[in-house]
Design a binder for this molecule. Structure first.
Ligand SMILES: Cc1ncc(COP(=O)(O)O)c(C=O)c1O
Length: 364
């Protein structure tokens, strides 16, 4: 049986408790502000349009989500819109898995648990490359290349910025990873679904050339712009590959959601705005720092992956005081069992409440 999404299940549990008037907050999930739009044009809303996504939305994706990439030979590459990054990732995994009988797909840990689910659903085997807080979640290139060779990887997946650690791999490292992937004929799936949440300029100053035929970029409108409900993702890859991804996407979805695409196209000025959440990150990291908690200060995303200091308190008291969390062991390896994911993309009052409870009861 396929398991239910680890991260969405927790959100479900919180909603269930709230409906029963119980005090419950997720430490690990975002609570997005709700948006309202008036005067939405619903003309022709019931028809399917371009099967690979609306041209105007693809342009907006290039300008916003893919702005870090210089797409050198536009004729050799292609971009499609999908019903969320999840659907995009599934199509990528399934298409590559379909080419041979046995496939190992590597994931750089700590990882977003859905990669494991999607790789398994596509019939491939997830294998893991751990990075550690002691080494600032750095990737050692020689060790990674050995791993790619030993495991005969067909795909390597990295989320950059990383969910849950907030680590960003800079241009130089990414270039080196692209090179070793190319050398070993392994596709690099770079999931940049948090690309707008970057806290240090040094990561956005230089643009990167998009050229390797083994590089597949995934992005999403969900987290960058609080538009999770619209279910819109993006894939950038070589034309031939994109054609196959798109064929699979069409088989299971038809065209990408027309209403969602139109919403963004017609209201892009209002909708494609990124909120600066550095202050929220600072608020939480200042607190953790003051308590002597071991954590990696996020350079991007809206997550922190701290090590639990008072294990007894954390495990015994958090639920009692209404705080629910996703434990570190869910992020790809048991080596993270003493960590948990903390999400700071929340209303500031909610964040203050959480810190107050944690502080008072020594839950950290
Ligand atoms: C790293 C990463 N990629 C992709 C997604 C999902 O994006 P979408 O909502 O577009 O499917 C998430 C959602 O949490 C994520 O954390």
């Amino acid at each position: 049986m396929f398991r239910k999404s680890i991260t969405l299940s927790l959100q479900d549990e919180i909603n269930f408790l709230k409906k029963r008037k119980k005090f419950a907050i997720s430490l690990s999930n975002p609570s997005f502000e709700k948006k309202n739009l008036r005067n939405f044009n619903l003309e022709n809303f019931n028809v399917q349009k371009s099967l690979s996504g609306e041209e105007k939305l693809i342009e907006l994706a290039k300008k916003n989500l893919l702005r870090q990439w210089i797409i050198k030979k536009p004729k050799e590459n292609d971009i499609i819109i999908t019903n969320g990054a999840k659907a995009a990732l599934y199509c990528v995994f399934k298409v590559i898995a379909n080419r041979q009988k046995k496939n190992n797909f590597g994931i750089v840990n700590p990882n977003w648990p859905t990669y494991i689910d999607l790789i398994k659903i596509s019939g491939a085997i997830p294998v893991f490359f751990n990075t550690k807080i002691e080494n600032k979640y750095e990737i050692n290139i020689a060790t990674l290349e050995k791993f790619i060779k030993q495991k005969k990887l067909r795909i390597l997946v990295i989320s950059n910025p990383n969910n849950p650690s907030g680590k960003i791999y800079n241009h130089q490292i990414i270039k080196k990873i692209i090179n070793i992937c190319e050398k070993n004929r392994c596709y690099l799936v770079l999931d940049e679904s948090f690309s707008s949440h970057v806290f240090e300029k040094k990561f956005t100053q230089n643009k990167k050339d998009y050229k390797s035929k083994y590089l597949i970029i995934i992005n999403s409108f969900s987290k960058n712009y609080h538009l999770q409900g619209l279910r819109l993702g993006v894939v950038l890859a070589k034309k031939k590959l994109v054609e196959e991804f798109s064929n699979l996407h069409i088989a299971i979805n038809g065209a990408p959601n027309n209403i969602s695409q139109n919403l963004i196209i017609n209201h892009n000025k209002a909708l494609l705005k990124t909120k600066d959440i550095k202050n929220k990150m600072k608020f939480v990291t200042d607190f953790l720092f003051s308590k002597g908690v071991d954590f990696y200060k996020p350079e991007g995303s809206f997550y922190i992956f701290p090590k639990i200091l008072n294990k007894k308190n954390f495990k015994n008291l958090s639920k009692k005081y209404g705080l629910f969390y996703i434990g570190g062991e869910n992020f790809g390896s048991k080596i993270y069992k003493d960590h948990y994911r903390f999400c700071f993309e929340k209303n500031i009052n909610e964040l203050k409440k959480i810190i107050q409870i944690m502080n008072k009861n020594k839950i950290y």
